[in-house]
Design a protein around this ligand. Structure first.
Ligand code: PEP
Ligand code: MG
Length: 869
């Protein structure tokens, strides 16, 4: 295998191998942009290292050859005493994991080459010693595993109240000695002086950082597979810390919050690497670079335009200016908010850069779901206590907490929390995940808090500089003497950047209002409208709703549902009607049972009629009653206690208890439910079918579909079907009769079952439960996190269809069912029907529709459109 690629050898399509950073550095190199020369070690080498514990054979040789070539090209050797080449060693996985893995700059410095570097820089001693102390600090922390605080404290001790740029050469030289002492103390060995050894150690440290706890957590959150590994980029150093004619910055080609075109970025003079995002000094807005260095500024804007036109998308970049010369250190298609994603996609269409088809692929169902979140009520009373940057949109209300641990603790107790920090760093990740929103007092739109929150779709306000945050005392002070302590309620608006005291009421999103029927007004809603229309026009999958009330049915229709794919009937037996169900269960004679059913029938008929009305001629799949009967009866423990202790126990209570005991099951999900109930309790299904037929007669144009749950064998279905056909014939009503496929045996005998079914609807909740043997009510809370850690699956199979197992059952059933009955109609009505990945699967295996809860309908429409492209 080839494990090392020069930047001139790669391109942007090689992300699997070279990681995002490496692939894009190669792309920029090939575009002729000013990228320092270098090479990339593949993620394949990393995977080998992680699996075997050693680098693959031949890697060292290949790296040495590429380093030789780099040295020849630069005319200096790595760490050469009188004129050193220095390199950076940077991580870069296929999917960006901001700040989660390691980077080491200035590799190649030691006690000799530091003098050579000063000479190279025209006698700039200060710069050379600053670079050296940075190397020991970064190397010590990331490669040698020393607590970074130790270095920070030593730096602070020298710096006092000054900036790092105020330290002179002598102070920095002494700091280097202090740092070397820390290394000796902490590791029992000296800082490695051999440049090639430094590089080799840095490379394996980057490999190892793939499995750092925060990287593992980030991947799980972002659903990035655990086994990809990271590539490593080795690049000739360029220096932003030469002096005031140098610096480093980050920029977006347009606003990642709104999509607006303009100049968005931060710049920091006389700085290196992470300084910009770490918030060590205040950055300046990128616009001000024009004043400082017009030549570099103009070149940067031209490059940004080149990149946008080339990638046909928003890009973010990192750059460094070394003594007036601009260098590009990174670019990638940038992360953006959900709103910006829609706006940018349609802007690019208008600019003629992409087609509407492409625009549909540029947005996701998850982003659309985010836009359907509520926002703060503009008319409500509210007390603004600060304003920061609108880093990630949404409206979050919660109790202020000041550290990750408390965020996790309180949210674990069911409290909504807002994590408040001066700034966040990767160690805060777990707290950020636990929080409803994130508020920081420092850092801009490119700060860690902002980038990570946007990626997670979490509300974030950052850089609210008026807030004095004391994490030690667990409180913050706002102007006017307002003090917010841990546990106090605050509200933050990630769309405007406002921070409010107390709880502000929230209202529906404008996107939801649009789906409810409002005219598209804002740019965002117009963009959503355009993209949804195009997705609808292109999709093959129908989208139906899982609803069981006329109100929800009406909403689902407004959201674009083309029918009801699952109308559960069990909720219709609750409340007042419980008593009738009790009568049914307690009936000891046929007459008593029939009386109970007769009482239920008109009620059911009215239920169905109202739903048919709401659906106005669209198909309505009604599932006959499914859950075990005891779910409609009093709790066995409560009732036992009552019968044993209460003075006014009636005979009916005693009878009921006997019945409850009789119906009690150890494993009710696998017990007397679904079609089994229909076969065991005479007249129950017939009553429901009759109610459906009567309702259909009453509402002309209605299209009922009768669905039998939990069928495993064609014989079960046949006997229910015969009865239903008879009732329909008596009433003269036309209705399809079909079944759910939610027992593995049904999937495996689908060819037979299709003889008696006009449609199948995959009940993937039960199908997953029974295929895996996972109790759907218990496992997610009990051990799924361990399974996710172990990589047994990347997402819960209850959330996204497990293609290998459950998916295969669906494929078999679809194929064999259609072999029997070519016009067999196929749908899905488990929770997966509204999950983006599962919608794509349903498209691929040729289902006719997906059915999901009302708020997921727009998501399913969009994803069905994307799947068809
Ligand atoms: C299913 O099992 O996927 C299903 C839709 O039915 P329920 O969730 O009601 O069991
Ligand atoms: Mg089910």
């Amino acid at each position: 295998a080839k494990y090392v690629y020069d930047f001139t050898e790669g391109n942007r399509n090689l992300k699997d191998l070279l990681g995002g950073k490496g692939a894009n550095l190669a792309e920029m190199t090939n575009l002729g942009l000013p990228v320092p020369p270098g090479f990339t070690i593949t993620s394949e080498a990393c995977r080998h290292y992680l699996a075997e514990g050693s680098t693959p054979g031949g890697l060292e040789q290949e790296v040495a050859e590429h380093l030789d070539a780099l040295e020849n090209r630069m005319g200096r050797k790595l760490g050469q005493a009188d004129d050193p080449l220095l390199v950076s060693v940077r991580s870069g996985a296929k999917f960006s994991m901001p700040g989660m893995m390691e980077t080491v700059l200035n590799i190649g410095l030691n006690d000799e080459s530091v003098h050579g570097l000063a000479k190279q820089a025209g006698g700039n001693e200060r710069f050379a010693w600053d670079s050296y102390r940075r190397l020991i600090q970064m190397f010590g922390k990331t490669v040698l595993g020393i607590d970074g605080e130790l270095f920070e404290r030593a730096l602070d001790a020298v710096k006092g109240r000054r900036h790092d740029t105020d330290l002179d050469a002598g102070e920095l030289q002494r700091l280097v000695e202090t740092y070397k002492g820390i290394v000796r103390e902490q590791t029992g060995g000296d800082f490695p002086a051999d440049p090639r050894e430094q590089m080799r150690l840095a490379v394996t440290a980057v490999f190892d950082s793939w499995n750092a706890p925060r990287a593992v957590l980030y991947r799980r959150q972002e659903r990035i597979p655990a086994d990809l590994g990271t590539a490593v980029n080795i690049m000739a150093m360029v220096f932003g810390n030469y002096g005031d004619d140098s610096g480093t910055g980050v920029a977006f080609t347009r606003d990642p919050g709104s999509g607006l075109q303009g100049i968005y970025g931060d710049y920091l003079q006389n700085a290196q690497g992470e300084d910009v995002v770490a918030g060590i000094r205040n950055t300046i807005p990128l616009q001000e670079l024009e004043r400082l260095d017009k030549h570099s500024y103009d070149e940067l804007l031209a490059i940004m335009e080149t990149l946008e036109n080339h990638y046909k998308d928003l890009c973010d970049i990192e750059f460094t200016i070394e003594r007036g010369k601009l260098w590009m250190l990174q670019t990638r298609v940038g992360k953006r908010t959900a709103a910006a994603a829609f706006c940018i996609a349609t802007q690019l269409v208008d600019q003629g850069l992409i087609t509407l088809d492409e625009a549909v692929t540029r947005v996701t169902g998850d982003q659309l779901a985010q836009l359907m979140f509520p926002r703060f009520d503009a008319d409500a009373d509210r007390k603004t206590i600060a304003k920061g940057m609108n880093a990630s949109p949404g409206a979050a209300v919660g109790r202020a907490v000041f550290c990750s641990e408390r965020a996790i603790e309180l949210s674990g107790q069911g409290e909504d929390v807002i994590l408040v920090r001066r700034e966040t760093n990767p160690d805060d990740l777990a707290g950020m995940i636990a929080a409803r929103g994130i508020l920081t007092s420092r850092g801009g739109k490119t700060s860690h808090a902002a980038v990570v929150a946007r990626g997670m779709g979490k509300t974030c306000v950052c850089g609210a500089e008026d807030l004095e945050v004391s994490t030690e005392e667990c409180r913050f002070t706002a102007p006017g003497g307002v003090v917010v302590s841990e546990g106090d309620l605050i509200s933050i608006d990630g769309t405007t950047g406002e921070v409010f005291l107390g709880e502000v009421p929230v209202v529906d999103s404008e996107v939801v209002e649009y789906f409810e029927g409002a005219e598209p007004g804002s740019e965002l809603v117009r963009a959503v409208d355009r993209i949804m229309r195009h997705a609808d026009a292109g999709r093959r999958l129908g989208v139906r709703a899982n609803v069981d009330t006329p109100q929800d049915a009406a909403r689902a229709r407004r959201f674009g549902a083309q029918g009801i794919g699952l109308c559960r009937t069990e909720h219709m037996f609750l409340g007042e009607r419980r008593r009738l169900v009790e009568d049914l269960v307690l009936a000891s004679t046929d007459d008593e049972r029939q009386a109970a059913l007769d009482a239920l029938e008109p009620l059911q008929k009215a239920d169905f009629a109202a739903i048919f009305q709401a659906m106005d001629g669209d198909p309505v799949t009604i599932r006959l009653i499914d859950p075990p009967l005891h779910e409609f009866l009093p709790d066995i423990v409560d009732l036992s206690v009552k019968v044993a202790t209460s003075p006014d126990v009636t005979d009916k209570d005693r009878e009921l208890l006997t019945a409850v005991k009789r119906l009690h099951e150890q494993n009710p999900m696998l017990g007397l439910r679904g079609v089994r109930l229909g076969l065991v309790i005479p007249g129950l299904f017939a009553m429901q079918v009759r109610a459906i037929a009567q309702a259909a007669k009453e509402v002309p144009g209605s299209r009922p579909e009768i669905m039998i749950p939990l069928v495993a064998a064609v014989q079960e279905l046949e006997s229910v079907r015969e009865e239903a056909v008879e009732i329909l014939a008596e009433t003269g009503v036309d209705a399809l009769i079909g079944t759910m496929i939610e027992v593995p045996r049904a999937a495996l005998s689908a060819g037979r079952i299709a003889e008696a079914a006009q449609f199948f609807s995959f009940g993937t909740n039960d199908l997953t439960q029974m295929c895996w043997g996972f109790s759907r009510d218990d496992v997610e809370a009990s051990f799924f996190s361990r399974y996710l850690d172990l990589g047994i699956f990347g997402t819960s199979p209850f959330e996204t269809i497990d293609r290998e197992g459950v998916g295969r059952l669906i494929e078999i059933a679809a194929k064999e069912g259609r072999a029997t009955r070519p016009d067999l109609h196929l749908g899905i009505c488990g929770e997966h029907g509204g999950d983006p990945g599962s919608v794509h699967f349903c498209h691929e295996v040729g289902l006719d529709y997906v059915s999901c809860s009302p708020f997921r309908i727009p998501v399913a429409r969009l994803e069905a459109g994307r799947a068809a492209l």
